[in-house]
Design a protein around this ligand. Structure first.
Ligand code: NI
Length: 232
């Protein structure tokens, strides 16, 4: 159920958001520039030598064991090496034109994901109030947890940078709350619906060694991108 349906006024909602913490977009979001600029002492050193610490990383593909194992929690989300990892993950995701990326996809078996849910992915007819839950600017989520709020399942097409060239129709919960920590160590808690809920479930699955084809209920809906025009 959305904010509007619950009859919460914008004022009450703002108060709630202030109470639960850094939910408000884009408070807990991190831009590429932020991540790059704050890459810590390592970055400072690199700047002096004109060598950037971030890099476009190789992406593991389906079949590599790092994608099948359960990733380990991050002990300190504020650690400089976590910040450096995330900076490279952001570069890698943008370069590959992805909507999300999980650390195991770049061979780092730790519980770190990044994702974004742009307004363009929102279905038509979503009201202004509910739109908040359907979108997310670039977000870094460390040690994430998902709470499912509905039994409603939505089918939607997904791709994965670790499963290049393919698309699949995947069932996901339509309405969730996710919790975790940002690079500043502050807790993040957000409601997510639609594509926003989908991308978070997809990325968090990576942390448990699950790829989207393993969530599919009908493998006739696993297709090549180049044939997608026949289906989508
Ligand atoms: Ni993926």
């Amino acid at each position: 159920m959305g904010w509007a349906k619950r009859g919460i006024s914008p004022h009450a909602r703002a108060a709630y958001l202030a109470k639960v913490g850094r939910i408000v977009h884009p408070g807990s979001d991190v831009s590429v520039r932020d991540v790059s600029a704050q890459a810590g002492p390592v970055a400072g050193k690199a700047e002096r030598h004109h060598i950037p610490t971030m890099a476009i990383l190789k992406i593991a593909r389906m079949g590599h064991p790092v994608l099948s194992r359960v990733a380990e929690p991050v002990a300190d989300p504020r650690a400089p090496e976590v910040r450096a990892l995330v900076a490279s993950m952001v570069e890698t995701m943008i370069d590959a034109n992805g909507a999300g990326l999980a650390a195991p996809q770049v061979y780092v078996p730790r519980r770190v994901v990044i994702f974004q849910a742009p307004p363009e992915r929102m279905p038509e007819g979503v009201g202004e109030e509910e739109a908040f839950d359907h979108t997310a600017a670039l977000t870094v989520l460390i040690n994430p947890e998902i709470e499912i709020l509905t039994s409603e399942i939505q089918m939607g097409w997904e791709g994965c940078l670790s499963v290049p060239g393919l698309r699949g129709l995947v069932p996901r919960y339509a309405d969730i709350v996710y919790r975790g920590f940002g690079l500043d160590g502050q807790p993040i808690e957000r409601r997510a619906k639609g594509f926003h809920a989908r991308v978070v479930q997809h990325e968090c699955d990576h942390l448990d060694g699950i790829l989207y084809p393993q969530r599919m209920t009908d493998l006739r809906d696993l297709i090549f991108e180049s044939e997608a025009r026949h289906r989508m």
